[in-house]
Design a protein around this ligand. Structure first.
Ligand code: ATP
Length: 962
């Protein structure tokens, strides 16, 4: 009978109000007992066993599954008509996976890896537009060149290449236009390219400072300005400071601002840089950098194109198009700001905020478009429309509220890796599972399989492979708590003062209001204090944060005082969290515990804040505990003087929500972070779910004799038994009415109601919030398209309120500790089982009761198989009372058409990226049109041909194009 309770009132009303209904009479309502079964097979209770070391299915496998989809996209993908680099000549064909069009793929020997680069951005080995390594593609490989900018080694692409040249600018070994010598500035000098003097091209240089753009193009790497000379083109460079846009195009890599000048024509944000402005025509940047960092009241810079870059900060769309990769914000305007670009705007992968431009935007993985900052967090939205990348989309989407005329497309590929800037590809959804932002995501995993080494990641990858292949010595303990009967009480009988904690730490614990330990705290504290690596699994809301922070505080308090390097005091504990909100929460918890340890400092370094400020704070107020999001941490590693040295003091590394860190594609960053820390350290991983991927990271980051502490006992579920779970299956045209009925029913039964409604994408979230507001419910919305300041405000309000409904994308799915949530509704299929569990975990925290309802369409029912071991029950589709139906229809009629259009596009993108549903494009389109009808639209909104093409949906009957 479990699960039935919540719907009863509503169902009863519905039945009474619809006497003639053809739906099931109330008497037919039934509850199906939990589909049980297979409980979590983790071994006997209290058992300590040897866990197998078998390599588990990894994200790589998931990615492999996506390859069809990616390949489809490749065939359709947007290629600039350039030929590939040295190794890339030959017929083009779809890349096997993420990578862009590969250089090595064509014409020559078989690709050495799946990510050998591509036309527009293979992450490794170059591609035409940006292979990350070994490129020789055309437009920029990160390593080994690409045509327009290969970065590091063995370059030889046409237009870039960090080392070994590219045609237009490489760091070393030259290329036609860049390279070590000609026209290229290195390390702090102004570029001296012939071209730039001619106004034709301008190259920023690597690690240089200032440079000026020339007429045609500019490229810089690592520092330096693209150019502040020429009017025509300007490139900002990575790690550099300021740069100006030029007329034609700019491309920068890693850091640098692109332009904070006033040039009118084009501008590129750069990776990891600071400020930049969009220019008129196009810009491409990678990693960080802001397209621009205008103030709130500033106007737009670029007119035609603006690219935001990954991991960067702010950027604005330009008129025509923008493309960025990994992070970066398209822009970071405030709520009140207007849009920048008119034609196209691309958010970036994992970046933060961005604005749409007039025509289209593309981003891969992540970026938040609108909202936020750079890094981490939010996963949501990115790709709303696009395929399946995780966040990508930005403002300005077609019809979106903030935006440009057309829309942003986020064609990021599911794990994005390898797909580059101009490669629109594929699969990750905007769902927040991606939430993140920060940097890039792609990568990492591929290495493991492809054996693609090269560059600085070799060591890590090798280590990964070794670890995985070697037999694990991991210990698995399934623990119970003393005297709590193994039941659901979230507190054990063990008091903190019974543990080996120092008096000052105990005082802090007491001041925080904690007296007894939770099960996970009780189970892990002694093991951590013994110095062992621990992987801990505990249900949501059971105090994992304190479980890892408390022993960390204790360890630091016992360290000898740092006498030898007062200028650069070592950092002793690093906590890495997947989102800014989580990091913020962890830092706050640490401060609570440190109340009586005034000599121990905590610092928070997260995207969305100014690096320089963080650097200053770290300098003036050295800390021993550093809480960070991965991208920002990595930025500090690379850009903050002395930081790497300070990291050499790390004694404990903590990875919070480890699986989420992986979801968000942070693995490469994690690997790099791990590689930058001393080997002699302790590593702790905590999560409510421990999928196989997490075990893989364990092998990368942890000692072989780690202990797996599992507080979820054998035969019990990963969810709380005091949370009632129910699912409903209903056609789309009934879902809004059902949702409304559910909510009003819950509100009438719970005076102190506090509800979270999770939706599939940011735009759908926005639409549902608008609808519920029209229905006069007390609603707030939160998702990645909202600015961080707004999100912070709403989050705080929701934390402190009762009688409120929060409509949310997956930005709130994990870790966020909203007290006393009474009901969680999940509207539409979650990205996976783990996400279902984490979302549900926003209720029933600290032993409280709660309810969860999963509302699916008939064709989403397959998802129930993946949670069949959970105690979720099914209710018969309720009758929809006529009054409710009319009310909802009326409210829907008041919802802005453009918001419906945006939601339709986002919906299509989300499900298109879904392996189960997106496979059959014909059916997908028909379902999308059903969704469109459920919004009250007579005709499905028309999408641009470009968008359809990028989504692999050209010529599918039922779609309208414009
Ligand atoms: N020993 C304790 N006694 C009472 N309250 C506690 C104790 N430990 C932690 N808490 C409180 O429990 C709440 C949930 O803790 P926390 O957010 O760390 O849970 P979690 O397990 O990390 O959840 P999630 O899996 O959702 O991230 C917080 O409000 C925290 O302050």
């Amino acid at each position: 009978m479990r699960g039935r309770h919540h719907l009863l009132g509503f169902l009863r009303r519905a039945a009474a109000a619809s006497p003639s209904s053809t739906a099931h009479p109330l008497s037919h309502l039934h509850s199906i007992p939990p589909r049980n079964g297979a409980a979590v097979p983790i071994g006997a209770r209290f058992l300590s066993s040897r866990a197998g070391g078998a390599a588990s299915k990894s994200l790589i496998d998931d990615e492999a599954d996506l390859s069809d989809w990616v390949s489809d996209l490749k065939t359709d993908s947007f290629h600039l008509g350039v030929s590939s680099g040295d190794e890339g000549e030959g017929p083009r064909r779809p890349a096997a996976s993420r990578g862009g069009r590969r250089g090595r793929d064509s014409g020559g020997p078989p690709p050495r890896s799946r990510f050998d680069g591509g036309d527009f951005g293979g992450e490794r080995r170059g591609g035409e537009f940006s292979g990350e390594r070994r490129g020789r593609g055309d437009f920029g490989g990160d390593r080994r060149g690409g045509r327009f900018g290969g970065a590091d080694t063995r370059g030889g692409g046409r237009f870039g290449g960090d080392r070994r040249g590219g045609r237009f600018g490489s760091d070393s070994r030259g290329g036609r236009f860049g390279g070590d010598r000609p026209g290229f500035e290195r390390r702090g000098r102004v570029a001296s390219s012939d071209l730039s003097e001619d106004d034709d091209a301008g190259f920023g240089s690597a690690r240089g400072r200032r440079g000026r753009g020339g007429m045609s193009s500019g490229f810089s790497q690592r520092g330096g300005r693209g150019g502040d000379f020429g009017d025509d083109a300007g490139f900002r460079s990575p790690r550099g400071q300021r740069g100006r846009g030029g007329r034609a195009s700019g491309m920068s890599h890693r850091g640098g601002r692109y332009g904070d000048l006033d040039e009118e024509e084009s501008g590129f944000g750069s990776a990891r840089g600071r400020r930049g402005r969009g220019g008129r025509e196009s810009g491409l940047s990678r990693r960080g950098g802001r397209g621009s960092d205008l103030d709130d009241n500033e106007d737009d810079s670029g007119e035609e194109l603006g690219f935001r870059s990954p991991r960067g900060r702010r950027g604005r769309g330009g008129r025509e198009s923008g493309l960025s990769h990994r992070g970066g914000r398209g822009s970071d305007l405030d709520d009140s700001e207007d849009d920048s670009g008119e034609e196209v705007g691309f958010g970036s992968h994992r970046g933060s905020r961005g604005r749409g431009g007039r025509m289209s935007g593309s981003s891969g993985r992540g970026g938040r478009d609108i909202d936020s900052d750079d890094d981490e967090d939010d996963s949501d939205d990115a790709i709303e429309f696009g395929a399946s990348g995780k966040r990508g989309e930005k403002r300005g989407n077609l019809g979106s509220r903030r935006g440009g005329k057309v829309g942003d497309v986020d064609f990021g590929d599911r794990q994005s890796r390898g797909v580059k800037a101009f490669d629109f590809g594929s699969s990750e959804s905007d769902s927040e599972s991606g939430e993140a932002d920060e940097d890039d995501g792609p990568s990492g995993f591929e290495d493991d399989l492809s054996g693609d080494d090269g560059g600085e990641e070799d060591l890590v990858n090798t280590a990964t492979k070794k670890s995985i292949s070697s037999e694990s010595a991991e210990q698995e303990s399934v623990v119970g708590t003393r005297d709590n009967g193994g039941g659901d009480s979230y507190l054990s009988q063990t008091r903190f003062d019974e543990c080996a904690l120092s008096p000052l730490t105990l005082k802090g614990v007491k001041a925080a209001g904690y007296e007894r330990m939770t099960a996970v705290q009780e189970a892990t504290l002694p093991i951590i204090l013994k110095g062992k690596d621990v992987l801990a699994k505990a249900r949501t809301g059971t105090g994992k944060t304190v479980a890892f922070l408390l022993p960390a505080v204790e360890v630091i308090s016992k360290l000898p005082p740092n006498d030898h390097d007062k200028k650069r005091p070592p950092i002793s504990v690093v906590v890495v969290c997947p989102t800014r909100e989580l990091a913020d929460q962890a830092a706050a918890e640490a401060n609570k515990l440190l109340k009586f340890h005034p000599s121990i400092g905590v610092q928070l370094v997260i995207g969305g804040t100014r690096m320089a400020l963080e650097q200053k704070r770290m300098h003036t107020n050295p800390c021993q505990i550093l809480v960070a999001t991965p991208g920002r941490l990595k930025d500090h590693m690379e850009n903050t003087p002395g930081f790497a040295t300070r990291l050499m003091g790390v004694k404990i590394l903590i990875l919070d929500e480890a699986d989420r860190l992986l979801d968000m594609g942070f693995r490469t960053d994690i690997e790099r972070i791990v590689a930058a820390l001393p080997k002699q350290r302790q590593t702790l991983l905590f999560s409510a779910t421990v999928p196989d991927e997490v075990r893989q990271v364990c092998h990368v980051a942890m000692k072989r004799d780690l202990e797996f502490v599992n507080t979820v006992q054998e035969g019990s579920e990963e969810t709380h038994s005091q949370v009632k779970q129910m699912h409903l299956v209903a056609p789309l045209d009934k879902q809004f009415s059902i949702l409304y009925g559910l909510l009003t029913d819950h509100m009438s039964e719970n005076v102190d109601y506090k509800v979270i409604v999770f939706c599939t994408t940011a735009k759908v979230t926005s639409l549902v919030a608008e609808l519920l507001s029209e229905l006069k419910l007390n609603v707030r919305e939160i998702h990645s398209r909202k600015p961080q300041s707004y999100r912070t405000r709403i989050s705080k309000e929701f934390k402190e309120s009762k009688g409120l409904i929060l409509v949310s994308s997956d930005v709130s799915a994990r870790g966020v500790d909203y007290p006393n949530v009474t009901l969680v509704v999940q509207l539409g299929v979650p990205s996976d089982r783990e996400q279902y569990i984490h979302r549900l975990g926003r209720t029933g925290r600290k032993g409280n009761e709660g309810s969860g309802v999963l509302l699916l369409a008939p064709w989403e029912e397959y998802f129930l198989r993946s949670i069949k071991d959970l105690p979720i029950t099914e209710a018969t589709l309720p009758l929809i009372d006529l009054d409710t139906k009319r009310k909802v229809e009326k409210a829907l009629a008041h919802v802005e058409v453009k918001d419906k259009e945006s939601a339709y596009q986002a919906w299509l993108g989300y499900y298109n990226s879904n392996k189960q549903i997106g496979r059959d494009k014909y059916q997908l389109v028909s379902l999308a049109n059903e969704f469109s009808r459920s919004l009250g639209l007579n005709n499905p909104p028309a999408l641009t041909k470009l968008i359809l093409k990028k989504m692999g949906l050209s010529n599918i009957p039922g779609l309208r194009s414009k």
